[in-house]
Ligand binder design. Sequence first.
Ligand SMILES: [Zn+2]
Length: 378
Amino acid sequence: MKTLLLTLLLVITSISSAQGDFVINNVTLFNGEEILENRSVAVSNGTITKVSKRPQKAETIIDGQGKFLMPALTNAHVHTWALPQLKEAAQAGVLNLLDMHGMEPMQKAMVDARTSLDGARLYRAGYAATTEGGHGSQYGFPIPTLSKSADAETWVNDRVAAGVDYIKIIVEPWKKTLDKETVAQIIKEAHKASKIAVVHVSNEEDAYNSLISDADGLVHIYHDKPMTDQHLQELVEEKDFFVIPTILTTVLIQPLYFNKTKEETALIEANLLKEVKRLYDAGIPILAGTDPPNANINIGSDLYKELAFFAKAGLPIEAVLASATSLPAEKFFLEGVGYIKKGYKADLLLLEQSPVNDVMKLNTLSHIWKEGTLVEQE
Ligand SMILES: [Zn+2]
């Protein structure tokens, strides 16, 4: 019996590894940094084993002529509560999701599903830091809050004990909110625990205060006014941080929450795009996130629209594609993803048409591989 089981196991293992071995020849690709033409990518056992200029041989050869290959996408700002969302994301080529506030106990099953081959991997902040009655406390699930900087150490340690990947802080003055000192202390405690700390802000002053207190990133762009030249210069010189602008969200909520007209919203959009380009030009990494399900944004293909906003803002295509691939992988320490390079996971997207001149061509996605296994498209 034992021998039979062992034989069966061996057969299963060899079948699955055979399925995972293939090459894509003569393809134009984005490797996470630059666009390269006429490349050949070999995949074995779920890993990229070689990227070369010469066509390679394998049992399964995919002709990439006229097609475009890129790393699978990461959405750097989402909210999740159930397993089907992970599949929905994967169907659009989004294989990593960074949750920015949710119920820790409910997230456990989703985190455990990271190894599944048909859903996105979930990374999470757990509960976001907010004060009692503050933004983030209104969603109908109980959350632990804090009110003063002396609470920061215990609060952060509780998140770490719950297994979170990073710390998220909410500063939102339309309700009661955390004060500057408490925010600074949470960031300090997060760093002490080797976690990065990211902050929800909506105005320039809170953005500056959070970043000058060593926040690693903003999960929204401020939308009251552009950052002052003095603040921007000071931050660029002294600090190291990224911005997840969530342009799509910020634009969509204008008529919904602030009663803005079409014309007013168009002007806000133009100003936000100008600010994103300004931050990019100042050397600040721009990451893509869309904050679903806010403003009815979906957890899958709506991410392409955020990339289209970055392109419209004037970011070069390499920066647009990096915002949802290599950059979130680097900034959130996601292991082995975000690049098409030897040794990385074969998390790959094959597009029928090139997104170089129109990033919405992501809609021509024909193949999605997670660790070398084809994600069946429904
Ligand atoms: Zn959010």
